[in-house]
Design a protein around this ligand. Structure first.
Ligand code: PEP
Length: 251
């Protein structure tokens, strides 16, 4: 089974419109011949700018969250229709920063994922354990709970359109990367959870990324692991040469 690798940037709360334009214009020629899928997930306020600047290129644009409801009294939320209108195609759901600081739960992650799929987006669903959870031997338990929670009620056909990002919380923005063996072990475990939900054929089609201080120096080794199909890249996605080097991990 060959899964096309997918490298996605997660800009988090960085870049004004002017900064976004500069970064994207620098990035475009650097990644134009990429062999993997290239995505940038950006703040709501720069999605439209990013979509216009990348139109006709191989860079796809994503949001960093999506409302689970169509419209109405949900102050601060942004709906699927709004995201579609400005050109988002992908959406990050359940990032650990959303879980940690904004009360995102397995249930809300599931509701957002269901809505994203219903509205034709490609969700990038994040799962991963904290340092405490890893140290107390709960990595698999947490990843199982989060994966089963996120995919509750989702059909196999929709699951295939979803990307999972395994992001150990202790490796995000810390400069501490999981070793390629640690990442492979947990991602292979997550694929096993997907297999028990959907069967082997579907589980083998679902792309699973690693995320957590992935950068030009460690991307090649991580990407060489049999179950790692891509990366969700935070810090290194804010510098065009670094993001490009991760995109060209095989060079
Ligand atoms: C992330 O934001 O999803 C992430 C993995 O961040 P970083 O690459 O900076 O660790």
């Amino acid at each position: 089974m060959t899964r096309k690798p997918i490298i996605a940037g997660n800009w988090k709360m960085n870049n004004t419109k002017a900064q976004a334009s500069e970064l994207i214009n620098e990035l475009k020629p650097l990644v134009k011949d990429a062999e993997c899928d290239v995505v940038i997930c950006v703040p709501y306020t720069v999605i439209e700018t990013a979509a216009k600047l990348t139109a006709g290129t191989n860079i796809k644009v994503g949001a960093e969250n999506i409302a689970w409801a169509d419209k109405g009294a949900f102050t601060g939320e942004v709906s699927a229709a709004m995201l579609k209108e400005v050109g988002a195609e992908y959406v990050v759901i359940g990032h650990s920063e959303r879980r940690q600081y904004f009360g995102e739960t397995d249930e809300t992650v599931n509701k957002r994922t269901v809505q994203a799929l219903k509205e034709g987006f490609k969700p990038i669903v994040c799962v991963g354990e904290t340092l405490d959870e890893r140290e107390s031997g709960e990595t698999e338990k947490v990843c199982k709970r989060q994966t089963e929670g996120a995919f509750a009620g989702i059909s196999a056909a929709d699951a295939e359109k979803t990307v999972v990002a395994y992001e150990p919380v202790w490796a995000i923005g810390t400069g501490k990367t999981a070793t390629s063996a640690q990442a492979q072990e947990t991602i292979s475990y997550i694929r096993g959870v997907l297999k028990s939900l959907y069967g082997a054929e579907t589980a083998e089609k679902i792309r699973i990324q690693y995320g957590g201080s992935m950068n030009p120096a460690n991307a090649k080794e991580l990407m060489a692991q049999p179950d790692i199909d891509g990366g969700l890249i935070g810090g290194a996605s804010l510098k065009a040469p670094d993001f490009s080097a991760v995109v060209h991990f095989d060079k």
